[in-house]
Design a protein around this ligand. Structure first.
Ligand SMILES: Nc1ncnc2c1ncn2[C@@H]1O[C@H](COP(=O)(O)OP(=O)(O)OP(=O)(O)O)[C@@H](O)[C@H]1O
Ligand SMILES: Nc1nc2c(ncn2[C@@H]2O[C@H](COP(=O)(O)O)[C@@H](O)[C@H]2O)c(=O)[nH]1
Length: 467
């Protein structure tokens, strides 16, 4: 009985235990045979255990790869990738636990082998979720580290990358994500690339057609070419004579643009004067990647959508000195037919009313005399003499090793490029300061500050030493 209990209590196969016990009883008199038979059975027994274990492992693999996982898997997942602020890199995957969810970052995405994928493991149900992933996805690298920030954003630092490709933010629970989840009816996560430097907020310029928005924007771009970049919109309207595709607009078919809107490619879009216009997320990202401040020329509906998005911007409304002057300018431009001019003027009345009364705009500028309006615009943007060309340079993280160590002190992330422990590191250490971070998905996370510190001489936990 003891043997039977022993085998069963160790969760061995019950049938196996019975057979084995029966064998011992039958052969009790033939002790020598029994002893050798017993050894043989022990061997068989161990082999059987091995088979059972392999079978379990295979089932576990099947379950997890098919989208479900047993509850114990969560522990093993976090056991493999301990949660906290320290290094969470193991191979090409990291795991971050937030509430009841574990975000597993790494490996290839389902639609492309070239980007970092994201999967969510729901601990309570033991299910794997493939979230809707918004934003430009980072390309895979040999390895990365992941650090949880503020409970709703994960900083991913890619190994083998330069500083302009290295820092990525995965938003998982921000207000923007909650909104998107309502739209998509699915778990949503969104990538935004971290951009070094304190690039100022984008500028949204709105106002009725013909008021002079484009004229003011080209003045700014001409005077400060390295500071401002224009967000090139998509539109379904036909190009004007001198307009170039990709420079003035991305001219698009309605069917293509509608599909791209459904795919979440646009930050905002609106039907304006009978055509579709929209700002793609990429249009804003391209400008931020160039380290420039983005200018959006969009109508009032678009401005309202951007205000509701997570893109923090300055909103400026340009008003004409009078309705008669607006009509005069629109006609003098001679780019529209009479019918189109009438339509634009009708819409202008509504836009002027909304622009001036809705509280949507931070500033309202009257474009009477062009020169003085332009000066006022520059004042709003803080473009006094001297500040305009100040450009900070940042250390280049050339080939950040895969084995880098990452830790977090307040708003600062310490990146140790030596693969050893911090005390042993002889090389300089990078410090990524996130205290001035602005923006986020969709688009770019700006305001990252990177500098080098020497671990043997600097006190890394002293704010003053670092800033
Ligand atoms: N302050 C001004 N005084 C006189 N004319 C102006 C002034 N500002 C702009 N204009 C002229 O008014 C016309 C319309 O200007 P612009 O094309 O810049 O308007 P817009 O607001 O960008 O129009 P749309 O929304 O249709 O693109 C242009 O011919 C421009 O040269
Ligand atoms: N909501 C958006 N409005 C846009 C965008 N790009 C331009 N516009 C506005 O459309 C009208 C007409 O422009 P036009 O070039 O045909 O004269 C003008 O008020 C623009 O501000 C956009 O991406 N989204």
């Amino acid at each position: 009985m003891y043997l039977l209990y022993f085998f069963c209590s160790r969760q061995h196969d019950l049938c196996f235990s019975l057979v084995y016990f029966g064998f011992l009883v039958i052969h009790w008199d033939l002790r020598i045979i029994c002893i050798s038979a017993s050894s043989l059975i022990w061997l068989l027994h161990d082999l059987l255990l091995l088979v059972i274990r392999l079978n379990l492992l295979y089932k576990e693999y099947l379950i997890t790869s098919m989208g479900e996982a047993p509850a114990f898997f969560a522990d093993s997942l976090l056991g493999d990738f301990p949660n906290g602020v320290d290094l969470k890199s193991k191979g090409h995957k990291t795991a971050i636990s937030i509430g009841s969810k574990i975000y597993v970052i790494g490996g290839a995405d389902h639609d492309s082998t070239a980007v970092i994928g994201v999967q969510i493991f729901e601990k309570s149900s033991g299910e794997w979720i493939n979230p809707t992933v918004l934003g430009t996805k980072p390309k895979v690298s040999n390895g990365h580290s992941a650090v949880l920030l503020n409970g709703d954003r994960i900083l991913v630092i890619k190994g083998n990358s330069k500083s302009d490709e290295c820092f990525w933010f995965l938003e998982v629970g921000t207000p923007f994500i909650r909104e998107q989840e309502k739209t998509y009816g699915n778990e949503v996560v969104a990538w935004s690339k971290g951009v070094l430097g304190n690039v100022e907020k984008p500028i949204v310029i709105s106002g009725p057609s013909g008021v002079g928005k484009g004229t003011l924007i080209s003045e700014l771009m001409k005077e400060f070419p390295s500071m401002f970049g224009f967000s090139v919109s998509h539109t379904t309207r036909a190009p004007r004579e001198k307009e170039q595709n990709g420079f003035h607009y991305h001219f698009s078919d309605s069917s293509v643009m509608e599909r791209e809107i459904k795919d979440g490619k646009f930050l905002e879009f609106a039907s304006v004067h009978g055509n579709l216009y929209g700002t793609s997320v990429e249009a804003v990202e391209v400008v931020a990647d160039a380290g420039k401040r983005c200018i959006l020329d969009i109508d009032v509906q678009g401005a309202r959508s951007v205000r509701a998005s997570s893109l923090e911007a300055i909103f400026i409304f340009i008003s004409p000195p009078s309705f008669e002057e607006l009509e005069k300018r629109l006609r003098a431009r001679a780019t529209e037919t009479e019918e189109q001019i009438q339509k634009r003027l009708r819409n202008a009345r509504a836009e002027l009313e909304q622009g001036k009364s809705s509280g949507l705009f931070d500033h309202i500028l009257v474009n009477d005399d062009l020169e003085s309006c332009y000066e006022n615009l520059k004042n709003i943007l803080g473009l006094t003499e001297g500040v305009k060309t100040a450009h900070k340079t940042y250390p280049e993280l050339v080939d950040l090793p895969v084995e880098h160590l990452v830790s977090k002190i307040d708003q600062k992330i310490l990146i140790n490029c030596g693969a050893g422990e911090y005390e042993k590191a002889s090389d300089s250490m990078y410090v990524l300061d996130l205290s001035l971070v602005k923006g986020g998905a969709p688009g770019r996370t700006r305001g990252l500050n990177l500098f080098v510190t020497n671990p043997s001489t600097d006190r890394v936990n002293d704010e003053n030493q670092l800033s």
